[in-house]
Each structure stands twice: as structure tokens, then as C-alpha cells.
Ligand binder design. Structure first.
Ligand SMILES: Cc1cc2nc3c(=O)[nH]c(=O)nc-3n(C[C@H](O)[C@H](O)[C@H](O)COP(=O)(O)O)c2cc1C
Length: 186
């Protein structure tokens, strides 16, 4: 069982881990939803759109998920989402999770990632460099009527407009080093 150390969501360690543009836009993240590690209990997909920020005085991660994704019903059902960030050696795994669907593929097996349940109760991955377990606090469908730049509609050939989620960061997990104050995430 992988061991993890918890860091304070409002502390300086989180600030040092997160690079607002690079972490999401270039390195990508895995969005996962689920509370158990067997195949039908969770799903995860790669995302490169989203942001870190402050909403309603809380530290947040936002993301956008198309309703056509298999991850979508999981994200709708679960109150918690995990955002996992990996080192460059795992880019291939992220490519796989962003190009096949959990509908018909075992992503853990295909991408070589191990699901683990992180406190307070959401699936993340033992290979992640850091993982943010977050609580959904706001969701809204994107509407073409709200596109001020009408050119944005060109991203939606299938009219599957994203749903945006704003999520409050509850816990940040990093792999535990040596005998640090490590915990085994359950
Ligand atoms: C680099 C990259 C970034 C992506 N970003 C998003 C995103 O922000 N939102 C989204 O809905 N899909 C995004 N996708 C597409 C999904 O990851 C992809 O369709 C995935 O296969 C969905 O898996 P699922 O059907 O198991 O949910 C991205 C794909 C890649 C490769």
C-alpha cells in the first residue's frame, strides 16, 4: 500500500507545488471521481483545461467536463473530485487516460496507474506527484449564448458543451518520503 503525507490546503507547500499554467495546461491532470478502487467504482480522465484560484474566499480548482465523457456521471454523482498531478515519466499514462474511455477500457491496467482511496474518501493514484482532494461547490453548464467570443463555439462540433465545476481544496497529498509523518491513505 502506498504511503502518503498530507499537507495543509492553505499552507505554503501547496503554493510551491502548484504552477497555475504549467501544471494544468502543459503537464495535464487526471480528474477522478469515485470512492472505491475496483474498476466500476471510479473513473478518471485527463484534462488540460481548468484553473487554480480563489472563490468565495476558498482555495479552489476548477475544471470543465463534457457530458459525453464516461467520467461525467461519476463527477455528477460524487461530492468529491480528486485532481492528480504527475511527473513527466507518466505523460504516456495521461495520454492513454485522455484517449480511451473507461466505458470499454480498464484505465488502471492500460495506463499502469494504481487507484488508491485518499482521505476524506476519494480515489487518487499512487504514482501522482501530488493529489488534491476537493469538494464540488459550484457547477454550471456552458452555454453558447454566453460566449462573448463567438469563435469559441468552434470547439463544440457535437454541441456537447462542458459543465464547469468549481471545487474547494480539502486536502493535498504527496508521496511520503522515508519515515516522515506518513500515513497510509485508506
Ligand atoms: C491533453 C488532454 C486534455 C483533455 N482535456 C479535457 C478537458 O479539459 N475536458 C474534457 O471534457 N475532456 C478533456 N480531454 C478528453 C478526455 O480526457 C477523453 O475524452 C477521455 O478519453 C475521456 O475518458 P472517459 O470517457 O473515460 O471519461 C482531454 C484529453 C487530452 C488528451
Amino acid at each position: 500500500m502506498a504511503r502518503f503525507a498530507s499537507c495543509d490546503a492553505s499552507g505554503p507547500l501547496l503554493e510551491s507545488l502548484v504552477q497555475p499554467f504549467t501544471s494544468i495546461g502543459h503537464e495535464w491532470m487526471l480528474i477522478s471521481a469515485g470512492t472505491g478502487t475496483s474498476r466500476n467504482e471510479w473513473n478518471a480522465m485527463t484534462a488540460s483545461w481548468g484553473g487554480f484560484g480563489v472563490h468565495w474566499n476558498r482555495r479552489t480548482v476548477s475544471c470543465v467536463i463534457r457530458p459525453t465523457r464516461h467520467t461525467f456521471p461519476f463527477a455528477e454523482r460524487e461530492p468529491l473530485l480528486t485532481f492528480s498531478f504527475f511527473g513527466p515519466e507518466h505523460k504516456k499514462a495521461l495520454q492513454i487516460c485522455g484517449s480511451v474511455s473507461g466505458r470499454d477500457t480498464d484505465k488502471a491496467e492500460a495506463a499502469g496507474i494504481e487507484p488508491v482511496v485518499l482521505e476524506p474518501g476519494a480515489v487518487g493514484f499512487s504514482q501522482a506527484r501530488f493529489s488534491l482532494v476537493c469538494r464540488k461547490i459550484y457547477a454550471q453548464d456552458m452555454s453558447p449564448a454566453c460566449f462573448i467570443d463567438k469563435g469559441l463555439d468552434s470547439f463544440y462540433e457535437l454541441k456537447d458543451y462542458h459543465r464547469m465545476y468549481i471545487c474547494e481544496i480539502l486536502r493535498c497529498w504527496t508521496p511520503a518520503a522515508g519515515n516522515d509523518e506518513a500515513r497510509t491513505a485508506k
